[in-house]
Design a protein around this ligand. Sequence first.
Ligand SMILES: [Fe+2]
Length: 225
Amino acid sequence: MNQHIWTPSRRIFLSRSLTFGAAMFTVRGAFADELVRTPAQTEGPFYPRKLPLDTDNDLIIINDGITPAVGEITHLTGRILDATGSPVKNALVEIWQCDGKGVYLHTGDSGKKQDQQDKNFQGFGRFLTASSGEYYFRTIKPVLYPGRAAPHIHFKIKKGGKELLCTQCYIKGYPGNEKDGVYRGIRGDKARAAVDVDFTPIKASKFGELSAKWDIVLGDTPADA
Ligand SMILES: [Fe+2]
């Protein structure tokens, strides 16, 4: 499944990514009783109509391009967990978000705003989890676009071709969150906290890169493939 995602050059990137991710996670399966399931949220209108040619987990560089995307580079990691806290392997994690200028890859948006679009931003990426359930993307910190008050990243989790969850994550503490219709539609403080993500500067980074960690808890326990 999805073999076309992994080209040799991407495999190098991927292995580096997992090392980065592995260092961040030490607790596994603990406090399973306290896990809050990640709330489902609307897919919205901008899931790409046609997937880009490059769909790897690095949204900052398209194929072998040399110009990076505009935005605050973010190392976005986390685990896909089932409701008992066990990692889910072979989960296909898809993300999509607008570029640093507020334009989605979806032709309904980018078609109207070609002069504004950041053509170096991939706009969509995917990652297949291994047994640790971890995912990793290099992307940008989300920014605002017309129609929403809260910057966000869209996520879809699939397994064996079946969609298990469609949701979004947000910048924790961003003032616009409370005015955003989709965010406000999430009922309860615990459920809202479950979609709030810290975007934290990486001290060692000379380029102001950020790290963001978001564990996603699925509602059903998917059968292992
Ligand atoms: Fe959106």
